[in-house]
Write a protein that binds this ligand. Structure first.
Ligand code: PLP
Length: 481
């Protein structure tokens, strides 16, 4: 039961502690587990299901005004990394709702947290009036964040884009009247009017008036560094570029947005020294260091990307979302906003807080992190199997200029690049994987990569060969066209 219930003296607390309710919840969790255990492998749709499934998809497409990207409508049940669709078919979920379902499908702890949350008198909590669960979520997140950073306060919100909107406001207010933003090539920050202007994708801001002033910096690239004369030469060049912007617009940069491991941009990483050089300049110039970990949080070999790169002391403002269910902007005391800057009707639904809190606890208490943690082990298994596939089919994997690392990524952010990263072929390969029973997606802006954000919280190491057998079958189909 949530701590808030046992800590108070109320009828609400009595209700949550009612043994009949506790036993009903146990029954629900057990029944879900019984059904979930029947899902053991990929399978096709059940006989006779296709017609009603087609009808469901048509209804879904009608509401959106266009076809679904994948013919995916979940049944509401799964088992670990396996998910059942509404037609009874079962697939490996290697993208987890683009990084949301790190503990997979029908996890007993998550089912329990969701059912417990259904006892609340309201569905949503707000900034004005709230039960304690929103604060418990913030407390749990801050306790982890504070282990290796100066982040001290949290604003809870409903999406990654809104967390980033709040972050940019905090940076603007502290550094007013500075109005410019520094960002990396290939960054992604969400779909709001401001965030789509900063995100480095022309398609994402088509038709949107450009009102945000963004200066783009090169992101680390191994091959470009080699061409320039090595790591130091690349870093010196980046520093020179940053200094030019600062000189051109003195005192006008409110923040530099660091996506330490780029997500949508292609699972790109950089050496610590690259970030340190740029962060030192920002710190000296009073430019806020804003760390967007909405995609990377929880799935690297350390819980926070700033821990992975030992950069926690530099971070002024930080955003998290996706696997935490509820989203949040964290900041240091120095960057705490004035009253009135951040608010909004909703902080979120109770289940987002009970589940989000439980997820952070499970990450904290499990064996996921460190050089020999589960996330590192899964990454090794991914690399071993994708390399084996590449050795077996070298013609599917021509060298991609500027992206020599294949497979690539870090921790639970995994990518590999067949067919030279050609967009149409990568999309065809994603579709073929879906048909073969593996749900994954692509990332990058050219080259395009096959991308996995697997539910490593529940995936077993022995699942990997089963997943790769199907990926290989899918790529063979695309290669033979
Ligand atoms: C790094 C990063 N920032 C922000 C966002 C936006 O989050 P949301 O889609 O929840 O608004 C995303 C989503 O993919 C992301 O990867």
């Amino acid at each position: 039961m949530p701590a808030s219930a046992s800590a108070s003296h109320s009828l609400g607390a009595e209700l949550k502690a009612d043994p009949a309710i506790a036993s009903a919840i146990d029954t629900i969790v057990e029944r879900v587990a019984e059904r979930s255990a029947q899902i053991t492998d990929v399978r096709p749709a059940r006989e006779g299901a296709s017609e009603s499934y087609e009808a469901l998809m048509k209804r879904a497409a009608a509401t959106k005004g266009r076809d679904l990207l994948y013919p995916y409508i979940g049944s509401g049940l799964g088992n670990g990394a396996l998910v059942e669709l509404a037609d009874g078919s079962v697939k490996w979920d290697m993208i987890s709702g683009i990084g949301v379902n790190f503990f997979g499908h029908s996890h007993p702890e998550i089912v329990r947290a969701q059912v417990e949350s259904s006892l609340e008198d309201t569905t949503k909590h707000g900034n004005l009036l709230s039960g304690f669960e929103a604060y418990r979520f913030a407390e749990t997140l801050l306790a982890e964040a504070q282990k290796n950073s100066r982040l001290s306060q949290a604003f809870i919100t409903t999406s990654g884009a809104m967390a980033n909107e709040s972050a940019i406001k905090v940076c603007y207010q502290k550094n007013a009247p500075a109005s410019r933003v520094l960002a990396f090539r290939n960054c992604f920050m969400g779909r709001s009017v401001t965030m789509c202007q900063i995100g480095d994708s022309a398609g994402g801001r088509q038709g949107i008036p450009l009102t945000t002033q963004v200066d783009y910096m090169p992101f680390w690239n191994e091959e470009a560094a080699a061409k320039l004369g090595g790591k130091k030469a690349f870093i010196d060049h980046a520093r020179w570029r940053l200094e030019q912007y600062i000189e051109r617009y003195p005192g006008m940069h409110a923040c530099f947005i660091f996506e330490l491991v780029q997500g949508e941009g292609g699972f790109n990483t950089a050496p610590r020294e690259f970030f340190v050089e740029l962060m030192e300049i920002c710190r000296a110039k009073g430019i806020a260091i804003w760390d967007d970990e909405i995609q990377s949080f929880g799935r690297l070999p350390r819980m926070f990307a700033y821990e992975q790169y030992d950069l926690g002391d530099y971070v002024d403002v930080f955003c998290v979302g996706k696997m935490t269910q509820a989203c949040a902007t964290l900041y240091t005391d120095e960057y705490a906003p004035k009253p009135g800057l951040l608010s909004g009707t909703f902080t979120g639904a109770t289940s987002e807080f009970t589940v989000g809190t439980r997820i952070i606890e499970m990450l904290r208490d499990g064996d996921y992190y460190g050089d020999t943690g589960l996330i590192a082990k899964h990454h090794d298994a991914f690399r071993r199997l994708s390399k084996a596939m590449m050795d077996k089919h070298p013609d599917w994997f021509p060298k991609v200029p500027f992206y020599p690392e294949n497979p690539g990524g870090i921790g639970g952010m995994m990518r590999f690049t067949p067919f030279g990263g050609d967009r149409a072929k990568i999309q065809a390969a994603c579709k073929a994987c879906f048909e073969e029973g593996v749900v994954l997606f692509y990332c990058g802006h050219g080259p395009y990569h096959m991308r996995m954000l697997p539910p490593l919280g529940v995936m077993k190491l022995e699942d990997w060969p089963r997943v790769f057998d199907r990926i290989e079958a899918a790529l063979a189909r695309v290669a033979s066209r």
